[in-house]
Design a protein around this ligand. Structure first.
Ligand SMILES: [Zn+2]
Length: 240
C-alpha cells in the first residue's frame, strides 16, 4: 500500500496531543508534529522588515502560545518541541534558502551544554542548510536584563569565533526571537565585515509592543463601527 505512512511517526499533535490525521488533510502528504488548531494559535504571519538596510523576515507573532512553547523548549529542555515551530513552513523555507548558510544567534556555550542542545539550531535544522557558528557570546549577558541603551551596545559582548569564515557566502542569520533587533543588527554588521556576500535575518517570532497591538485592535473596531453606522444611515435614508 504505497499511501500508508510509516508507523514510527506519531499521529498526535505534540502541543495538544490530539490525533492529527483524523481531520488534517495536509497531513495526508506530510506528517506534521502540530495540528492546524495549535498552528493557528501561533499566529503564523510572515512579515518582512528592514533593519539598518538588512532584510529581516519573521514567521510568527510572539504571543502567549509561542511563548509557552518556547518556554517548554528552552526552559524545560523539551528537545522535541524545537522541531515543531517551523514544521509547517519547512519545505517552503528549504526551497527559499537553498543557496544560503545559517549563522545561529550567538549563545553562551555553557548554557547549551547544560540544556544539552542549542534551541536555535534545533528550530532551524529542518532547512537542511549548513550551520556556521561564527559568532559567540563573551559572557552570559541576557538581553532581557539590558535597558534600551545597553542593548544598542550588545556588540561589546559578541566575538568572532577564531577560524570561522563566511567570505563570499550568502548568510542567513537565524534566531528564535526578534525584539529590538539590536543583536541581529550587530551580528549582521560583523558578518558583512567578515566578507559575507549577502546577509539576511530570519527569526521564528517577532515581539509586538502590547500597546500597539491594543491600538490596532481599537482602531480596527472603530473603523468597523463607522462602517456599520454608515450602513445604518443609508438604510434609514439619511445622507451626510
Ligand atoms: Zn494541537
Amino acid at each position: 500500500m504505497p499511501l500508508e505512512k510509516s508507523s514510527t511517526t506519531t499521529p498526535f499533535c505534540k502541543v495538544c496531543f490530539k490525533d492529527i490525521r483524523s481531520y488534517d488533510t495536509a497531513s495526508l502528504f506530510e506528517d506534521y508534529p502540530i495540528c492546524p488548531d495549535c498552528f493557528n494559535l501561533m499566529e503564523p504571519n510572515m512579515v518582512v522588515n528592514e533593519l539598518d538596510g538588512i532584510k529581516a523576515t519573521s514567521l510568527f507573532v510572539y504571543n502567549d502560545k509561542v511563548k509557552q512553547m518556547l518556554y517548554q523548549c528552552k526552559g524545560c529542555f523539551d528537545y522535541e518541541m524545537a522541531g515543531v515551530f517551523l514544521s509547517r513552513q519547512r519545505s517552503f523555507l528549504e526551497r527559499k534558502y537553498r543557496n544560503w548558510v545559517l549563522v545561529p544567534a550567538p549563545s553562551y556555550e555553557e548554557k547549551d551544554r547544560v540544556r544539552g542542545f542549542n534551541h536555535v539550531v534545533e528550530i532551524f535544522k529542518g532547512l537542511e542548510r549548513p550551520f556556521i557558528h561564527a559568532i559567540e557570546k563573551k559572557d552570559n549577558v541576557k538581553q532581557a536584563d539590558l535597558n534600551f541603551a545597553e542593548r544598542q551596545q550588545i556588540g561589546k559582548h559578541l566575538a568572532w569565533k577564531q577560524g570561522m569564515s563566511v567570505a563570499g557566502l550568502n548568510v542567513l542569520f537565524i534566531d528564535d526571537l526578534l525584539t529590538t533587533g539590536a543583536t541581529a543588527k550587530a551580528c549582521a554588521k560583523m558578518l558583512l565585515e567578515h566578507g559575507a556576500n549577502k546577509v539576511e535575518i530570519l527569526v521564528m517570532a517577532r515581539t509586538i509592543d502590547p500597546k500597539n497591538r491594543k491600538e490596532n485592535k481599537i482602531s480596527f473596531s472603530r473603523k468597523l463601527l463607522q462602517i456599520v453606522d454608515g450602513f445604518k444611515k443609508i438604510i434609514r435614508g439619511e445622507r451626510n
